[in-house]
Design a protein around this ligand. Structure first.
Ligand SMILES: CSC[C@@H](O)[C@@H](O)C(=O)COP(=O)(O)O
Ligand SMILES: [Zn+2]
Length: 208
């Protein structure tokens, strides 16, 4: 039995996240998808194809951990399996955010042939949960883009099982996935990534 109050709260968090991420230019048009855990087996997630700056309660629905819609005829995000993979792997994860910023898109394209962004010596790395020093290298994997989401979900599952401290990942030419215990943590992680990835992009621009 789903907790209706919890669902309403999670749905509202997703709507507000969309307004914020759209206003920052990180979720243009109908790009991006967001989710929040309701209980051990269910999450609230954005309906596919909706404008993320103008979300209403009708643009959020419930799926189970297999990505199956619960009590809804609507179509969940095309990338639902990338979300459910994270909730399945990490019981502490309470929210997952996927964005399409210019910085994440351009940087991941520029690093063609590289499988990760390696962040080191940035004080802001400490914005990620569990990171207490700039001196620790944070590896942000870059997976090649594909329309085969089950295959990409399997790739991310294998990687994250082997590297559970990963704070997020990039999909090349596509965008960022990051997560956290709460929606607030996940939003902080998006903001930190945007700053750090912009630093990397600017460094390449200046030094190349
Ligand atoms: C507008 S193209 C972006 C989509 O292909 C996809 O990458 C995306 O982020 C949103 O898909 P959605 O099915 O609405 O969750
Ligand atoms: Zn996307």
């Amino acid at each position: 039995m789903l907790d209706a109050t919890c669902y309403a709260e999670r749905s509202q968090q997703i709507i507000e996240a969309g307004r914020l991420l759209y206003s920052r230019g990180w979720s243009p048009a109908t790009s991006s998808n967001y989710s929040a855990r309701i209980d051990a087996g269910h999450l609230a997630i954005t309906v596919s194809g909706r404008h993320k700056g103008q979300l209403t309660p009708e643009d959020v629905m419930v799926v189970d951990l297999a990505g199956r819609p619960v009590q809804s005829e609507r179509k969940a995000s095309a990338e639902t399996l990338l979300h459910t993979t994270l909730y399945e792997l990490f019981p502490h994860v309470g929210a997952v955010l996927h964005t399409h910023s210019l910085t994440a898109t351009v940087l991941s394209r520029l690093l063609r042939g590289q499988d990760a962004v390696r962040l080191r010596d940035y004080e802001l790395q400490k914005a990620f949960e569990g990171v207490t020093t700039h001196a620790l290298e944070l590896v942000v994997p870059i997976f090649d883009n594909t329309q085969d989401i089950p295959a990409l979900a399997a790739t991310t599952r294998d990687y994250l099982r082997a590297h559970p401290a990963t704070p997020g990942y990039l999909i090349r030419g596509h965008g960022l996935y990051t997560w956290g215990r709460t929606m607030a943590d996940s939003l902080r992680h998006v903001e930190a990534f945007e700053f750090l990835l912009a630093c990397e992009l600017e460094t390449i621009r200046i030094t190349r």
